[in-house]
Ligand binder design. Sequence first.
Ligand code: EPU
Length: 344
Amino acid sequence: MTLMTSLADWPCVALPRADLAPRTTMRVGGQAELLLEPANPDEFQQARKACVERGIVPRILGGGANLLVADGVLPGVVIATERLRRVFRPGAGGESEEEAVAQMPGEFDMELPSGEIVQDDPARDPRLVAWAGCTLPHLLRTARDLGYSGLEGIVGVPGSLGGGVAMNAGGRWGDMWDVVESVRVLDSGGEFKDLARVDCTPTYRNGGLGNEWVVGAVLKFEPKPTPLIQEAMSDYLRTKNKVQPVTEWSAGCIFKNPPAEVSDGRSAGLLVEQSGGKELTCGDAAVSERHGNFIVNRGKACAADVFELMETVRKYVLDATGVELEYEVKRWTNEPDEGEARPS
Ligand code: EPU
């Protein structure tokens, strides 16, 4: 595969040998042979098409919050959604007047599925359109400032809208899909398609979109005074800070919580703790002292350390409790069939 010979032929910014570790919250892993950075939905579609034409199955990189990338060079193409970062009110087009004008044609603020579009009174139409690369913290701040309630429960979750929708990010206080009105995806034929909430079946940590790529979503909130939203966010964050290593490099929870009937209602973190797994380390990778379902990079860990530690923890839990934990975190290794067409 000759990806590098004609960088200018790609329909968007193309970066050879791009470091992936800084683009993930665990800060481990190697390089992408080629990284594409589309800046709007049309470029995203064109980037996909260009890969298909070259016989490449690309991987999609969102906020890198739930992703572990192997060391070395990852062959093929990674498409990063980082530049697809806009969030705006329906009909408003963009974050500024200039952007609104520049992005009008062909972009999906023009084709919202339903509802009255009111530009001058946010409370009358408490919806936002967010593109896949919009970070969840930015989305939450925007909603809060507009007096839009509904996503407070995922405060402190890093990552992007696309990844959050694809995997139904969330926790005890709510999930991403609680506010999804519709999702725009690129389907397997490379066409934009809008899916209404009623036609989707998100479940625990799974948006149910299969291999379709999230381009963006229309989100519907409830109006609420900004100070009340802020108060709820602060409360959740304080609670979370006490039990999770939120300021350290990690990939969030490593394992899914097993079904209650399998684990007697014990969470993955508790199972790790009860199995003695909280003491485990491998190089600079360590199971968090705060929460057994987190592995933290103490500074110089490499991906191999993290992968080895994950397997050791899984084995500890299996031996001690008989429960087989399933990975929540996504892994990109150099194996040929690992390419995944979903945001990470
Ligand atoms: N616990 C322990 N020891 C530990 C960890 C947890 O005893 O080392 C106990 C806690 O005391 C608590 C129970 O286990 O009684 C559950 O722990 P926690 O409240 O932290 O929730 P969780 O089920 O471990 C889930 C999500 C998190 C989300 C939190 C809070 C999963 C796999 N994890 O964690 O999401 O932040 O709820 O809403 O669903 C993520 O998905 O990456 C993630 C971090």
